[in-house]
Design a protein around this ligand. Structure first.
Ligand SMILES: Cc1cc2nc3c(=O)[nH]c(=O)nc-3n(C[C@H](O)[C@H](O)[C@H](O)COP(=O)(O)OP(=O)(O)OC[C@H]3O[C@@H](n4cnc5c(N)ncnc54)[C@H](O)[C@@H]3O)c2cc1C
Length: 541
């Protein structure tokens, strides 16, 4: 299969026949003669150009250019400015922005659809289920809101169907955006094949794409634990748990990062008895310690069992269920049984068999090292998203990295990504939103830290919503009132995080934010109280 090899033949034929005929029909015979003369001259020029290209190949000079190119004596038509391997949030956003910047762009995707982990088995399907879980919780609490609800049932099949419908709609949306921005895409396994080349393998056939720049964005997949293999029926990953035909009565979640606590939240709402086993001392370990403590408290109140500092030793798959053995935090051996077990113990980069070993790109445990413009050490080879070393595995981080990479390729000015400006959102109940330094990180970095904290209990809109647990914690530098970090747990935390991200990106101070008006009554206005609480000037508690 030759990629992008359409064009020259049909274009030549159309020029030879269609253009003179059009001129004849419009202006008459004399103009037709002029057109034919012009056509001959153009064909001569074209032949001359081809000979020149052959000479350049023979002398080893680069033959890449936008448009036609001859390589190894064979005619290739489309040489791309950028070839992108992977169509997840990193890949598709990079491709669309590249198209907008006028770069000739092609995406290689192994799956028959666009969107990657985030759209098909990550961010979007989990947030659909979390929304449904939230609606169900509201129905369950109907009496408190003054409603009498009877015959409330979960139609799991319909919920899964709605999830699939949303995913498909958005995958089609990406195809539409590709067309709109003249981005081409091809299905196949993409591999870096040396400077300016991406090999595409599909159904035993191999073809080559030529591109001035290559962007690797092959994403990640679920890790498992040594000796514990998911069978996708009883021992599940984030992929197989989305296809369960029924809600399990009992579920063990191994791992309490964002993925683990979100699934624990979903299934606890739908009635499963959920147990979390986490090797580290606390839930959501990347968050501020007080956030972890608050989540632990809220989950236990919801009836979720939690074992922290507890490493799983073995999992016995008995077909109809699992038996898990582990030592709890006091070193006491424990055994638990459940219908299903979810492994949520992190994600590994998918860089195997991607040809990166042929390059000078620096690799570490499968992750790729890049500079501030997402360039690897191999010229014109970029890497973004979940495969990048030292960056969080988040969709919005992948998206922004893609924008930085293609803007740099286009030769335009771009800003380096600052890790302390990447927001974290976990959509469990209660929600968590955070950005910047935790209190401990700020102290470790030597700041003279001043903390402000405001509980949602004092926020009237949170009370209206019937959801006033949690708080907002502001970490600031006493010297200049600079906001260093904001940590939210409670209602709409992932939405009001917007203000936190803005403050940190614009380097606002506590005083700037205290003097900014917040609309009333909103959950958002709790931010105003939280900033004021750094100075002991909060109003509502
Ligand atoms: C359950 C779950 C929930 C999540 N929720 C959130 C969330 O709410 N918010 C958030 O920010 N992040 C979330 N994430 C993380 C987010 O999904 C990832 O950070 C994001 O998808 C990474 O984007 P990416 O483009 O690097 O890779 P991916 O989305 O993994 O995409 C990589 C693409 O490359 C393709 N591919 C791989 N190898 C090749 C190859 N050799 N040739 C061709 N194609 C190839 C794959 O098929 C895939 O389409 C979640 C993850 C999981 C698992």
């Amino acid at each position: 299969m030759e990629i992008g090899s359409a064009g020259v033949g049909p274009a030549k034929r159309s020029f030879a026949t269609i253009v003179p005929r059009l001129i004849q029909s419009k202006f008459g015979r004399k103009d037709l003669l002029y057109a034919e003369a012009l056509q001959s001259v153009t064909l001569w020029l074209f032949t001359f150009y081809c000979v020149l290209c052959f000479v350049r190949v023979g002398t080893g000079t680069s033959c890449f250019s936008n448009g036609l190119a001859f390589c190894k004596g064979r005619l290739r038509v489309a040489t791309y400015d950028v070839a992108i391997v992977g169509s997840g949030p990193g890949g598709y956003v990079a491709a669309i922005r590249a198209g907008e910047l006028g770069l000739k762009t092609i995406v290689v995707e192994k799956d028959p659809f666009l969107g990657g982990t985030c759209l098909h088995i990550g961010c979007i399907p989990t947030k659909v289920l979390l929304h449904h879980a939230d609606v169900y919780e509201n129905f369950k609490n109907a009496a408190e809101l003054g409603f009498e609800v009877s015959g409330l049932n979960i139609n799991w099949k319909n919920i899964l169907a709605r999830k699939s419908k949303i995913v498909t709609k958005h995958a089609k949306g990406i195809e539409f955006l590709f067309k709109k921005n003249k981005v081409e895409w091809v299905q196949g396994w993409g591999k870096y094949d040396g400077p300016g080349r991406v090999a595409v393998e599909k159904d035993g056939k191999r073809s080559i794409i030529e591109a001035k720049n290559v962007l690797m964005v092959s994403g990640s997949e679920a890790r498992s634990l040594p000796g514990i293999e998911p069978d996708h029926k009883t021992i599940l990953t984030n992929r197989s748990i989305l296809e369960l035909p029924e809600i399990p009565k009992t579920l063990i979640v191994v791992g309490a990062g964002a993925v683990g606590v979100e699934f624990a939240s979903i299934y606890a709402s739908f009635g499963s008895q959920v147990t979390i086993i986490e090797a580290l001392p606390r839930l959501v370990n990347v968050e501020d310690e007080e956030i972890s403590t608050e989540l632990d408290k809220a989950y236990r109140k919801r009836g979720i069992n939690i074992f922290t500092s507890s490493a799983v030793e073995s999992v016995k798959n008995e077909g109809k269920g699992v038996t898990v053995s582990f030592k709890d935090k006091d070193g006491k051996p424990q055994t638990l049984q459940a219908e299903k077990l979810l492994l949520a113990v992190g994600r590994k980069p998918m860089t195997e068999n991607c040809g990166l070993e042929k390059s000078k790109a620096k690799m570490e445990r499968g992750f790729v090292h890049v500079n501030q413009f997402m360039q690897t050490e191999e010229p014109n080879l970029y890497a973004i998203g979940d495969i990048v070393a030292g960056m969080p595995q988040l969709a919005h981080a992948a998206m922004m990295e893609g924008i930085v990479a293609v803007t740099h390729i286009a030769g335009k000015e771009t800003k380096a990504i600052r890790k302390t400006r990447i927001p974290n959102a976990t959509y469990c109940e209660p929600q968590i939103g955070s950005i910047g330094l935790t209190e401990k990180q700020a102290r470790d970095e030597g700041y003279k830290v001043k903390i402000g904290k405001f509980p949602f209990l004092g926020n009237s809109k949170a009370t209206i919503l019937g959801n006033h647990g949690g708080f907002i914690k502001v970490v600031s530098d006493e010297a200049y009132g600079e906001v260093l970090g904001i940590h939210i747990i409670g209602p709409l935390a992932t939405e009001i995080l917007a203000e936190a991200a803005t403050v940190l990106n614009l380097e606002g101070t506590i005083d700037d934010m205290m003097n900014m008006m917040h609309a009333h009554p909103t959950v958002w206005e709790a931010m105003g109280d939280a900033f004021a609480s750094v100075r002991g000037l909060q109003i509502n508690v």
